[in-house]
Design a protein around this ligand. Structure first.
Ligand code: NAG
Ligand code: NAG
Ligand code: NAG
Length: 562
């Protein structure tokens, strides 16, 4: 049996994938098989037999057990911060009811230990499946910056990896050097102990609920994590301005834009890519003290956390798309008022590859750039970032036609200019050709197998506008431009009750009545931003664009929304 396994573990792809990720896993590789170090196996077996055997029946003893396991792995940085150990004890001994804690240590922890024991086997069969993905590399590996690619994991393997995080078994060294965030849960518990935030306690409740639920019923689906890279500057002679040109010349129509003044992105009912207002380190402060949009999503869909294991920070021209995570938790509140409010039954449909049709796109906005957000560079960076998230590989053919068209019309208009192709259009064409070429090693084929439903739109909101300090009106328009250019059929925009989003619906209707295309709206945005930078206007973009909206104009007030 070992032999047949080692054969598939021995393919070049698997060896390469393993070589990249092995330094970040707690397992050892010997003659093409993965193992726990033997003393670990004994310790985990003891845990798996339950508290009567292992004595692990309280948070305090559990914290010691975790420390012991780490010692058995001889992790170079094996001592956890004392506050982390206090945090584990605090949560399971003080915050959890006695009943719940008895169930946790009697039932759940032994099953989690069992799952850990199976990690080597789960990984090996993962690499076997990955090898049979007709040429597409999907195995667990470090998906480094500028490496377009996809990792396809079963929910069960994700669960086993998250147990490693919970037991703090991942080696922590060298993660920083690779621009990887911490992946063990010790900081989560350190923050709990040191801050006593109710929201922190509730974040941990979400994760504990996740473990309880997978132990009572292990989900059988799959989740994919994809790094999307947009090489807009692949022509070395055209680095800067032509890119803005591309946006200003685009004649693509604006897509449908629907404003929702109540509701949340994760509850949107359509087929849509749900935007994660991400940190460039995906997950942001999820495993620390953070508790805003991205972190909350990571707590209610905890399988997202596993991406932090192997996805280094995003560059400006990158985004991360995650399809298939299950939502386990319900909640109320936001930030300091965040509160776990019980089980969530996820009834989202499943695609042909066993993934829930929950598609999450992580795009990181510029953080705290202040007035600089109105510079052409920043406008471009944000629009391209959103486009990188929103473009859809399966529409590639349409993009190509579109860009060819743009090229022709440009050639007509620019007669006499001599070299109409020296433009971003050409860069984009080159870009799609290069995507075409690289697709022979096929990082994208997996996602092209789309479900049969209608086209997938975008569900978003005030991206980059909270702590990141973005201008919500500008950000809404940027996302509209990007979604339209990516040929998405619609945007569902959740304003989250933000005051400055109140006029959004009106402004959108007005813009649509003007029949502007992407290029025309882009030009307006650029002109406004220029004036804003030069302090020629104090108005917001919407006020500047449509002053009458802010007068007591009865014609407009008549149709005002309630
Ligand atoms: C993407 O951005 C990175 C960093 O900003 C840059 O080094 C790289 O060349 C860009 N990649 C492409 C293909 O344009
Ligand atoms: C999950 O993916 C594997 C291939 O990695 C496949 O064999 C399996 O059928 C998928 N699961 C479901 C529920 O479709
Ligand atoms: C992409 O590849 C297909 C087939 O491999 C080819 O027919 C098509 O012309 C290519 N498109 C571009 C833009 O290179």
């Amino acid at each position: 049996m070992r032999d047949s396994r080692s054969n598939t573990m021995n393919t070049l792809e698997t060896r390469e994938a393993l070589t990249s990720i092995l330094p970040y896993l707690p397992l050892i590789l010997r003659s093409s098989s993965l193992f726990w170090p033997p003393p670990m196996v004994e310790a985990l077996k003891s845990l798996a037999r339950g508290p009567l055997h292992s004595n692990v029946n309280s948070g305090q003893v559990f914290a010691i057990a975790i420390s012991d396991l780490r010692n058995l792995l001889s992790l170079p940085d094996s001592a956890l911060h004392p506050s982390a150990l206090h945090g584990y004890a605090l949560f399971f001994d003080d915050f959890m009811s006695r009943d719940a804690s008895e169930k946790w240590f009697g039932n759940v922890v032994p099953q989690l230990a069992d799952l850990l024991l199976r990690l080597p086997e789960l990984l090996e069969s993962h690499y076997q499946n990955a090898a049979s993905f007709n040429g597409t590399e999907t195995g667990l590996r470090l998906l480094e910056s500028q490496q377009q690619g996809i990792v396809f994991l079963s929910q069960e393997l994700i669960a086993a990896l998250l147990v490693c995080s919970f037991f703090c078994l991942f080696p922590a060294t060298n993660r920083g050097a690779k621009h990887l965030q911490a992946i063990n849960f010790d900081n989560l518990f350190t923050c709990l102990y040191e801050s006593h935030d109710i929201s922190q306690e509730n974040k941990i409740k979400c994760i504990v609920h996740y473990f309880e639920k997978i132990c009572s019923c292990m989900p059988g689906g799959n989740v994919s994590f994809e790094r999307k890279v947009l090489p807009l500057t692949n022509s070395p002679s055209h680095i800067s301005s032509p890119k803005a040109n591309f946006w200003s010349k685009s004649s693509v129509s604006l897509c449908h834009f629907e404003v929702h003044s109540s509701g949340l992105i994760e509850d949107q009912p359509a087929e849509a890519l749900e935007v994660d207002f991400a940190n460039k380190y995906i997950g942001g402060g999820a495993l620390f003290r953070g508790c805003v949009q991205e972190e909350i999503r990571f707590m209610i869909n905890p399988e997202l956390i596993v991406g932090m294991l192997f996805l280094p920070a995003m560059a400006d021209n990158e985004s991360i798309e995650i399809i298939g995570t299950q939502r386990f938790c319900d909640y109320t509140g936001y930030a300091s008022s965040f509160c776990f409010s019980g089980d969530y039954k996820d009834v989202k449909g499943v695609d042909s590859m066993g993934r829930r049709k929950t598609r999450i796109i992580a795009i990181d906005a510029l953080s705290r750039v202040g007035k600089r957000q109105y510079t052409p560079e920043c406008l471009l960076r944000e629009t391209n970032k959103a486009f990188c998230g929103f473009y859809d590989q399966s529409s590639r053919q349409q993009y190509e036609n579109l860009f060819v068209d743009t090229e022709f019309s440009e050639a007509e208009f620019d007669e006499g200019n001599g070299n109409p192709l020296e433009s971003s259009t050409r860069n984009l064409l080159t870009y799609f050709q290069s995507v075409n070429e690289t697709s022979s090693n096929q990082p994208m084929r997996v996602n092209e197998q789309k479900w049969d439903d209608d086209k997938v739109g975008i569900a978003t909101g005030n991206w980059g506008c909270g702590a990141f300090g973005g201008d919500p009106e500008v950000k809404a328009i940027i996302q509209w431009l990007a979604a339209s250019q990516a040929l998405r059929p619609f945007i569902l925009y959740y304003t989250f009750g933000l005051e400055s989003s109140r006029k959004l619906d009106k402004v959108v209707q007005w813009i649509i009545s003007q029949k502007w295309n992407v290029g025309e709206l882009w030009e307006m945005l650029v002109e406004y931003s220029r004036q804003k930078l030069k302090q020629q206007t104090k108005l917001t973009f919407f006020e500047w664009l449509l002053p009458s909206l802010y007068d007591d104009d009865p014609m407009i007030m008549d149709t005002s929304f309630t």
